[in-house]
Design a protein around this ligand. Structure first.
Ligand SMILES: [Zn+2]
Length: 493
């Protein structure tokens, strides 16, 4: 889905100097270097990514393509030779899959309009035609000014160009205001101006709480939105719109889990995860095929090098992430009785940009063990950790269950400009940086699974509640529809 970081309250410490090497036997000491060397060498990571992105393509959860990706990933793990591979089904609600979306201006000028249906948008009933109302940026003041003129019209909502993660965050956070205003003022549809120029379209979910939006909603190309707005200054502008989506109250998807059993403490678990699903306009290369391929290749690395650490390592590919982390939520619920045994969870979900460190998700006590773990790859400069708490990817349900969790901090380039867009294809991937990320991830996973001590303890519910309050994460959880479930004990601790 996305990365939304909250500043943790409290001191942010500088990266600790790595003076203490973990105590390992001589042969074990070689392992990090062998893993890092392998990641830098020629590996099948990019070949796998081609199969996933070019061969299968965009794969929204519940789609035929997503089911193919699940089968593909399970077969990959089995072909590597991993003994324990499981495909774990879970029940999901509120299926939304795109079918078609068309729009054209009929007067005062006739032209085709590029649109992409917003996930969770309802369908139009056949083709509708209505006048355009320019509602500015769709603030409460804009709606107050427009009053009754909105009823029965197609709303045109302007956007500023997205340049940073904060801009992206703002685009999500205004959904609630827009949907509330739509319910009150009753337009027949809503067109949201693309935040990316040159005709680029992307999937922007209009709701993340599994409720469908109030009216048919689509992203409209920036250039077409501006043309409609200029025309609407003088004339009544009429637009035809037809959006068809496939929806269902419930459906099933699956997580793919591979496991290398620990040699001494097989019941203790270190998990590395990435989401396998994606939106469909592009082929989900940066978000998040490249990191799904990394997880698969890491399993291959451990298997091929014959590495069996002290603890069990699990390689997890979740689906339903784009719909609100449904797969990892289901995974945590399914494995609830095991959560005390999870030593750490590591998630990657921001493409192939340079890895500068990890989100510690409010757990500053993780800084030292992570730095110790990364001592063997100190030269790769992945120790710029931040204490920030992240909501919006697959660490979330582990975090609110108290499990120590890390999310890779990666440069927003190349991920961000192509986020959920037609242009998220394999051409964008920075192969060199991804190999470095794999080297860091491999060494980190090895150390977390091998070190005699666990990196941190599991937090109690009271400690998780304090972390949420201290970091004001509750505001975000409310906006993303997660708060009530946490409070009611349905999600997390
Ligand atoms: Zn993602």
């Amino acid at each position: 889905m996305m990365g939304i970081a909250r500043r943790a309250v409290g001191r942010i410490l500088p990266p600790a100097a790595c003076l203490l090497l973990p105590l390992l036997s001589l042969s074990a000491e070689d392992v990090p270097h062998r893993l890092a060397a392998r990641a830098h060498a020629d590996t099948p990571l990019m070949t796998d990514l081609r199969e996933l992105c070019d061969g299968i393509g965009g794969r929204p959860t519940g789609s035929v393509a997503c089911d193919r990706a699940i089968e593909w990933a399970a077969k990959k793990f089995r072909d590597i030779g991993i003994q324990n591979v499981s495909v774990e089904p879970f029940a999901a609600q509120s299926m939304w899959l795109p079918v078609s979306a068309e729009a054209n201006a009929v007067s005062p000028a006739a032209f085709n309009i590029r649109i992409a249906a917003a996930p969770m948008s309802p369908s139009t009933k056949g083709t509708i035609e209505a006048r355009i109302i320019d509602a500015g940026e769709g603030t409460l003041a804009d709606f107050a000014r427009l009053g009754g003129t909105v009823r029965g019209a197609i709303l045109l909502i302007h956007s500023t160009e997205m340049k940073t993660f904060d801009d992206l965050f703002a685009e999500y956070m205004r959904n609630a205001v827009l949907n509330d205003a739509v319910r009150k003022h009753q337009p027949v549809a809503m067109l949201l101006e693309s935040t990316r120029p040159r005709g680029l379209l992307y999937r922007h979910p209009i709701s993340l709480d599994l409720n469908y939006g109030p009216v048919p909603t689509a992203i409209i190309s920036r250039e077409h939105a501006e043309r409609l707005a200029r025309l609407a200054e003088k004339d009544e502008v009429r637009v035809r719109l037809a959006i068809t989506n496939k929806t269902a109250p419930s459906y099933e998807s699956k997580n793919v889990i591979a496991e290398i059993r620990g040699r001494e403490k097989p019941d203790e678990i270190v998990l590395i995860g990435a989401h396998l699903d994606s939106w469909d306009l592009g082929t989900g290369a940066e978000d998040n095929g490249v990191n799904a391929a990394l997880v698969i290749d890491l399993a291959r690395a451990f298997h091929d090098l014959g590495i069996v650490p002290r603890r069990t390592v699990r390689f997890a590919l979740f689906t339903g992430e784009e719909q609100g982390m449904l797969g990892s939520q289901a995974y945590v619920a399914r494995h609830k009785s095991e959560l005390d045994k999870f030593a750490a969870v590591v998630i990657f979900d921001t493409g192939s940009g340079h890895l500068s460190g990890f989100y510690l998700n409010g757990r500053d006590e993780l800084r030292k063990p992570v730095n110790d773990a990364l001592a063997a790859v100190e030269g790769l400069r992945a120790t710029g950790h931040v204490t920030d708490v992240l909501d919006g990817t697959d660490n979330f349900d582990f975090m609110i269950s108290g499990v120590p969790n890390l999310v890779g901090i990666q440069d927003p380039i190349p991920y961000l400009p192509d986020y959920h867009a037609e242009s998220d294809t394999i051409d964008r991937v920075n192969q060199r940086e991804e190999k470095i990320t794999e080297a860091v991830a491999a060494v980190l996973m090895w150390s977390l699974a091998e070190n005699p001590d666990r990196p941190a303890k599991r937090q109690t519910r009271a400690e998780v509640e304090k972390l949420i309050t201290d970091t004001k994460l509750d505001e975000q959880m409310k906006a993303l529809g997660q708060w009530e479930d946490f409070k009611a004990g349905k999600r997390g601790w």
